[in-house]
Design a protein around this ligand. Structure first.
Ligand SMILES: Cc1cc2nc3c(=O)[nH]c(=O)nc-3n(C[C@H](O)[C@H](O)[C@H](O)COP(=O)(O)OP(=O)(O)OC[C@H]3O[C@@H](n4cnc5c(N)ncnc54)[C@H](O)[C@@H]3O)c2cc1C
Length: 456
C-alpha cells in the first residue's frame, strides 16, 4: 500500500480494492480493537464495469444475488449457469479455506489429518485437475462471460489457461463476499495499523533498508540496517519477497524461481474531469485474451491490445481531486522484469527509456473504448520499479504464480525450514498475494511464534 499526491490529486499506488473484510475485523479484534472504529469500509457498487471493444458494457453489481440476473440481461442463457457456478465456487471456498488459507499449511499431510478426513471424498469437487478457463468455457456460452470470469486468475498473477479451477474461490470472494473500499483510500488501512502499532509501543523505522539478517548457530539473531546498526531480535519476520530474503538478506545461493506471477505497468494519471461513463473500477478487455497470457509467459513487454484496468478514486471520494480533474490508477498486466538478450541482467532491462512509449500505447488502446482522457501529469511504474522499490524478484507481484495444481503445495510456509526463529509473511509466502491473504499470513506467523519453543 502506498499513497502519492501530485497535481492536487491523491493516488493509491498499489491495491485499489479490498476483499474479505472479516480478515481485518479478526486482525483488529486480536488486539482488542474494532476495525470499524479505525477504518470505514464502503461497498463498491457496481463492483466493476467491464467493457469490450465491440462496444458492449456490463456493470457487475455488488450484490451476489443480483449478479446472475445482470449476466442474463447481458448474455441471455448464461444467467442460470452463473448462479450454478457461484454455488460451486462457494462450495470450493468453504471446503478449502481452513486448509489452504486460514491455517499454517503443511502440504499433502493436511489431507491425512483427522479434522480434514471429511474432505477426502470431496477432492474431485475441488477441481485441482481442471483448468480455470476450461471450466468457464464448459459452463458459459458467451465468450465475454468466459473472459470476465477468467480474469479473476490475475488476482494472484496467474493465467486462467494454466491455473487450476480451484481458483474459482477468487470470483466467489469478490462477488460473494463483496468488493470494498475504505474511506480515505486503501492507504488509510496502513495508517490505521501504524497508529495502532505505535500506540501499543511498536517502534517503526521508516525509510530504512534492512541489509542482512544475521544468524547465530542456525537461528536468526537480528537484522542489520543500511546505516550499519544492528537490531537484535528473538524472532525475525520478513515480508520482503521470500526469494529475495533468502538470497539477498541471508546470502544463500539458490536457483532462480521460474514460474513467476505476472508483473504490471502502472500509470498514475491526473486527467481532466469529464463524463467518461466509467465506474470506480473498470476493465477494458483485450480482444485476444489467450494471446495476452501467452505474451506474459514468453515476451518482455505487454502487447498493444492488453487488458487495461482503471481505478478512479475520485468516483468514490470526490475530494481526492480538484473539481476539474480526477486521479486514475491504470494497470496493465506485464511480464515479470525481463532482460533483453546480451544485456547485463543486474543493470539493463527492456523498460528503461521506453516507459512513455509504453504508456502511450495504453492511452491509444483506450481510444478503442471511446476514452480519450486529457492527461495532465503522470507517474509511470514498471516491473523495474517494482523490483527495485519493493524488492520483489523481477517485479513479480505475487512471487510464484499459481499456474500449477501444485503451486499451493510449493509456496514457502511461514516457518523457515533452515533458519530457526525466522518467519516469512507477505504475498510470496503462504497463503499468497492480495491484502487479506497477506494479513492472514501475518496472523498465522504470529500464532506460530507465540506457540514456538523459543518463545516460551
Ligand atoms: C499494482 C498492484 C495492484 C494490486 N491490487 C490489489 C488489490 O486491489 N487488492 C489486493 O488485495 N491486493 C492487490 N495487490 C496485491 C497486494 O498489494 C500485495 O499482495 C501485498 O501488498 C503484498 O504485501 P507484502 O507485505 O507481501 O509486500 P509489500 O506490500 O510489497 O511490502 C513489502 C515492503 O517491504 C519493503 N522491503 C522489501 N525489502 C526490504 C528491505 N530489505 N528493507 C526494508 N524494507 C524492505 C518494500 O519496500 C515494501 O514496502 C496489488 C499489488 C500491486 C503491485
Amino acid at each position: 500500500m502506498g499513497r502519492v499526491q501530485f497535481d492536487g490529486c491523491t493516488f493509491d499506488t498499489g491495491p485499489t480494492l479490498i476483499t474479505m473484510p472479516f480478515v481485518f475485523e479478526q486482525f483488529f479484534a486480536s488486539v482488542g480493537e474494532q476495525f470499524s472504529d479505525h477504518v470505514k469500509l464502503r461497498r463498491v457498487d457496481p463492483a466493476c464495469q467491464y467493457r469490450w471493444d465491440d462496444g458492449s458494457v456490463l456493470d457487475l453489481p455488488f450484490d451476489a444475488d443480483a449478479v446472475p440476473d445482470a449476466i442474463e440481461r447481458f448474455a441471455p442463457g448464461d444467467g442460470a449457469s452463473v448462479r450454478r457456478y457461484l454455488q460451486q465456487a462457494r462450495e470450493i471456498y468453504e471446503l478449502t479455506k481452513n486448509i489452504f488459507i486460514f491455517s499454517p499449511f503443511d502440504g499433502y499431510k493436511e489431507f491425512f489429518r483427522p479434522k480434514n478426513f471429511s474432505l477426502l471424498p470431496k477432492l474431485g469437487r475441488l477441481k485441482f485437475t481442471s483448468k480455470l478457463h476450461d471450466v468457464h468455457a464448459s459452463m458459459f456460452r458467451d465468450k465475454r462471460v468466459i473472459q470476465l470470469f477468467d480474469r479473476f486468475a490475475t488476482y494472484n498473477g496467474s493465467s486462467p489457461y494454466e491455473a487450476p479451477a480451484t481458483l474459482m474461490v477468487i470470483p466467489w470472494v469478490e462477488i460473494g463476499l463483496g468488493a470494498w473500499y475504505p474511506e480515505g483510500g486503501i492507504y488509510s488501512i496502513a495508517e490505521a495499523i501504524t497508529r495502532l502499532a505505535v500506540s501499543r509501543g511498536v517502534r517503526i523505522h521508516r525509510n530504512t533498508r534492512v541489509t542482512s539478517i544475521r544468524t547465530f548457530h542456525g537461528a536468526a539473531s537480528g537484522i542489520e540496517l543500511e546505516d550499519g546498526s544492528f537490531v537484535r531480535a528473538d524472532h525475525v519476520v520478513s515480508n520482503a519477497d521470500v526469494y529475495v530474503t533468502r538470497t539477498k538478506l541471508l546470502g544463500k545461493a539458490l536457483p532462480q524461481p521460474t514460474d513467476l506471477s505476472c508483473s504490471g505497468l502502472v500509470m498514475l494519471m491526473s486527467v481532466n474531469r469529464e463524463n467518461y461513463s466509467l465506474q470506480q473500477h473498470n476493465i477494458l478487455f483485450s480482444n485476444d485474451y489467450a494471446g495476452e497470457f501467452e505474451n506474459i509467459r514468453t515476451e518482455l513487454r505487454p502487447r498493444k491490445n492488453a487488458t487495461i484496468y482503471i481505478s478512479r478514486a475520485a468516483h468514490a471520494e470526490p475530494n481526492s481531486a480538484p473539481l476539474d480533474r480526477e486521479s486514475w490508477f491504470v494497470l496493465v498486466n506485464a511480464p515479470p522484469k525481463g532482460v533483453a538478450p546480451n544485456l547485463d541482467p543486474e543493470h539493463a532491462s527492456v523498460w528503461k527509456g521506453h516507459e512513455e512509449e509504453q504508456a502511450g500505447e495504453v492511452l491509444e488502446r483506450m481510444e478503442a473504448f471511446g476514452l480519450s482522457p486529457h492527461v495532465r501529469q503522470q507517474i509511470i511504474r514498471t516491473p523495474d520499479t517494482m523490483a527495485t522499490e519493493w524488492s520483489s524478484y523481477r517485479g513479480a507481484l505475487y512471487g510464484s504464480s499459481s499456474n500449477s495444481m501444485f503451486s499451493a503445495f510449493l509456496r514457502p510456509r511461514q516457518r523457515s525450514t533452515d533458519v530457526a526463529n525466522l518467519w516469512y509473511v507477505g504475498g510470496s509466502s503462504h497463503p499468497g498475494g492480495g491484502v487479506p491473504l497477506v494479513v492472514t499470513s501475518g496472523m498465522i506467523a504470529a500464532d506460530l511464534i507465540l506457540s514456538s519453543q523459543s518463545h516460551r
